[in-house]
Design a protein around this ligand. Structure first.
Ligand code: DGT
Ligand code: CA
Ligand code: CA
Ligand code: ZN
Length: 577
């Protein structure tokens, strides 16, 4: 019997939603599948494990009888009759066609039924041959746009980018918009404001009485490759790196409702609108309208809107429909962690292994950030590709750390290692070597394709070693590049909790590992967490904001994050041997 990951199950239900939409099914049914897909993807435990242990899947938010039954059928038989029937009716490759921007379900359906196109490659060939124009309401311009979109899709494989690409670009655009005299308020909304781990497109909002010069400046941005659409109050562009962005201009009086709407997430917004409805109002991006008399209430800020609806203000990082609305009503939202709460880091690299900067440069950068301590944790001997250190080189490195420490009394410098958990399941250093170090991070970098049992056993070996304090980037994923290893994260988190071993929230935007969903589960289990940039050069510390956002998205508070504490406290809490 095959075992299914949450990602696989979520993809299946999302695809069902898409195919049902092309088929023209009932909207609520489609939404139910999408909602289930989102919730399963954001679940901190494997749905398969929950099912296998006999739990009632309907207890999970967004999973009703139909989805629970289908999950059980899939898990127990490895098949889903509903899926087989559906894909016999609607070609499954149309799901990819729907990924083309500007191609919605109606168009996908007519491409398929009128022209027999069922794959992106076929749609591309038809567009190149001018055949799409034969469809109703399709002109040469729309056809050219679809072709350009397909080419853009081909350029960036996944269609989404990580925060390391989206965030700096958004900051640059905001800086330009902020400088325009007519721009009264500027914000980036959407998934970037929520700091989701990957971003589909950027959504800029500007409050203004005079949209024209703002639209013009947006189209003229140096990084813009192509203007996709330009209207009076909305412009869409594609940047040179393939990322798309929308800019919307709106009157300052409705800033609050618009910002709330375009920040999303869609699932969160659905819940907020339901709540407004129960109180006799309809909510959209313009206003809150009283249904009894049509009176429009305007909100120029989000705080008043949330409070009017009877709850605490919900920060964007928490707007994912993961229980935040109930918590806001009960005044139990977690207090958000700030970048400035982090007092030091225990995972960074120097020129002794694969870092670009010296120990002294790294220490000075940490000191400049106001850090109280920094552990230099270069790679260990078996990672030859990263110039890993032998025990002998570790002893030499200790002398340099001591010298730098003498010059920089303002920060406590410590010696650690990022020790390989080797592919054969053994650890890269003997206990005697580890005992000499101030702190030990253990990580898996090789053999990430091993089977679940083997991989999990490797990490558990490190967790059970009395000298290991932290597991670095526990899942091994590289966002938009490489899937996580097939670790049994539940078993790892439970063992971490039992032994007091900390798990890392790696702040590098390519990792964000633990993920927000796993952070949430780790917090439930009482696992100790640490946020580290895994900096390989002095600028690497700038990534801290992404790690802090991930912690917040996982509802972790300062108490659960060890490196909000002094070194003395950390020592007392994690030193096992
Ligand atoms: P992304 O771009 O895929 O990373 O994710 P978002 O969340 O930025 O989504 P996007 O760009 O499609 O839309 C931005 C926000 O606007 C979204 O979070 C909620 C709102 N929104 C957009 N379209 C819809 C819609 O059809 N229904 C609802 N309820 N909200 C929408
Ligand atoms: Ca977006
Ligand atoms: Ca958008
Ligand atoms: Zn590493």
């Amino acid at each position: 019997m095959p075992r299914y990951t949450n990602q696989e199950v979520a993809k299946l239900f999302a695809d069902i939603g898409d195919l049902l939409e092309i088929k023209g099914e009932n909207r609520f049914k489609i939404l139910a599948y999408r909602k289930a897909a989102d919730n399963i993807a954001g679940l901190g435990q494997d749905l398969f494990d929950l099912w296998e242990s006999g739990q009632d899947l309907r207890k999970i938010e967004g999973i009703g009888q139909a989805i629970a039954d289908k999950s059980a059928e899939l898990f127990s038989t490895g098949r889903l009759e509903f899926w087989e029937k559906l894909t016999a009716e609607v070609p499954v490759s149309l799901v990819e066609v729907l990924n083309i921007p500007d191609v919605g379900p109606k168009l996908a359906k007519s491409m398929w039924q009128e022209l027999g196109l069922t794959t992106v490659a076929e749609v591309k060939a038809a567009a190149q041959a001018g055949r799409l124009q034969t469809l109703p309401r399709m002109g040469a311009k729309s056809e050219a746009r679809i072709l350009a979109s397909i080419e853009a899709l081909e350029r960036r494989e996944t269609g989404r980018v990580h925060l390391g690409i989206a965030w700096p670009l958004a900051r640059q655009v905001m800086a330009v918009l902020d400088n325009l005299p007519d721009a009264l308020k500027v914000e980036v909304a959407g998934s970037l404001r929520r700091m989701r781990e990957t971003i589909g497109d950027l959504d800029f909002l500007v409050a203004t009485e005079n949209p024209r010069p703002i639209m013009a400046a947006f189209k003229d941005l140096a990084d813009v490759q192509e203007v996709i659409a330009a209207g009076e109050t909305k412009t869409s562009v594609r940047f040179k790196n393939g990322l798309q962005a929308d800019l919307r201009c709106l009157e300052p009086s409705r800033w609050g409702t618009a910002l709330q709407y375009f920040t999303g997430s869609q699932a969160h917004n659905v819940k907020v609108r339901e709540l407004a409805q129960k109180q006799g109002y309809s909510l959209n991006e313009y206003a809150l309208t009283r249904e009894s008399d049509g009176e429009k209430l305007m909100f120029d800020n989000e705080v008043e809107l949330y409070e009017f609806l009877g709850m605490d203000y919900i920060p964007p990082l928490l707007r994912e429909d993961r229980g935040e609305i109930k918590a806001a009503q009960n005044h139990t939202l977690p207090a958000l962690l700030k970048v400035g709460d982090i007092k030091g880091e225990v995972h960074c690299h120097s020129t002794w292994s694969d870092g670009a900067d010296s120990i002294e440069a790294m220490a000075r950068a940490a000191l400049a950030r106001g850090y109280e301590y920094l552990v230099i944790s270069d790679h260990s001997q078996s990672l030859g590709i990263a110039n890993g250190l032998t025990p002998e080189r570790l002893r030499q490195q200790r002398r340099e750390i001591d010298e730098v420490q003498a010059r920089l009394p303002g920060i406590r410098l410590l010696q650690g290692t990022e020790m390989e958990i080797k592919a054969d399941g053994t650890l890269d250093f003997a206990d005697e070597v580890l005992a000499e170090l101030d702190f030990v991070v253990a990580s898996v970098h090789t053999g990430l394709r091993q089977d679940r049992e083997t991989l999990t056993r490797r990490t558990l070996a490190a967790i059970n070693n009395p000298y290991v304090h932290l597991i670095g980037h526990p899942s091994g994923r590289l966002l938009t590049q490489r899937e996580a290893g097939d670790f049994d994260m539940e078993a790892i988190m439970q063992a971490a909790a039992a032994t007091g071993t900390a798990l890392e929230i790696n702040a590098s935007p390519e990792r964000l590992d633990l993920s927000d969903a796993h952070v949430r589960r780790a917090v439930e289990l009482g696992v100790k967490l640490m946020i580290n940039c895994d900096a390989h050069h002095t600028d690497g510390f700038e990534n801290l904001r992404f790690g802090v956002a991930t912690a917040n998205r996982g509802w972790a508070t300062a108490e659960t994050i060890l490196n909000t504490r002094s070194w003395r406290e950390i020592e007392a809490m994690v030193m096992k041997a």
